[in-house]
Design a protein around this ligand. Sequence first.
Ligand code: PEP
Ligand code: MN
Length: 282
Amino acid sequence: MIEYKFALSEYPNDLQTICRNELKLDDDFLFIAGPCCIESEQQIEEIAKYVKKTNANVLRGGAFKPRTSPYSFQGLGKEGLEWLSIISKEFNIPVITEILDVRDIEIVAKHVDILQVGARNMQNFPLLKELGKLSKPILLKRGLSATIEEWLGSAEYIFCGGNRNVILCERGIRTFSDYTRNTLDLSVVPIIKNLCKIPIIVDPSHGTGVSNIIENMCLSAIMAGCDGIMIEVHNNPQIALSDKDQALTFEQLSSLDRSVSDLLVYKRRRKENFENRNYRGN
Ligand code: PEP
Ligand code: MN
């Protein structure tokens, strides 16, 4: 086991503390929804308007995109960040975007509430060290083939710089699966919960790459005990500039929203009943 001074201790802030202190949200479940990438002002506005009708409490949108091909759409960059922060104020919703390059930390941190470290950068140690100097929450995605030890080692880099606000995000790992883009490893949720206090959310959009199984995988993730979910949604998935096969339509988002709400109510009731039973001693 590698050395941990913070990741396995009481040091990391829990999700409720992060939500209250950093996002000004009185919530105990993170529901992040939005497009893979910001494509235009009108696109992000239309999506934000719909997202606001649901129980999603954070809007996502990529401005700097890590694409496999250098010829694919790379994101709108700073212009995208500006749209995202305007929309955040207009709709009064916190926003998250990916930070790709250590040179962009200042501008990204100025425009968003949560900075996302993508799977491809999970072990970009210079980037993690710099993010440790911020107090804004960092969503640390699991690397494409990272072990739990490696993932927690990366979280440790952020903690040891002084930033207590790390949220882990399971987004699927590489296996021989041929019907999904990745294999969503839901077993890490209870494992992380047993190991440490760091909040963990699940992203079935990248974890599966298949839009019509995302709702079921979100519900499974919630039953596995996650602190939140992140999904991609688009006003017109067929013409999305990235990740179109995994983008939910607005209708699919509504259906997911209803199922997630019902399941969260069920889980809270079950917890209350359990606590009452224990209290009465039977
Ligand atoms: C994303 O969230 O758009 C993304 C690129 O995710 P990942 O780093 O998990 O591939
Ligand atoms: Mn994506």
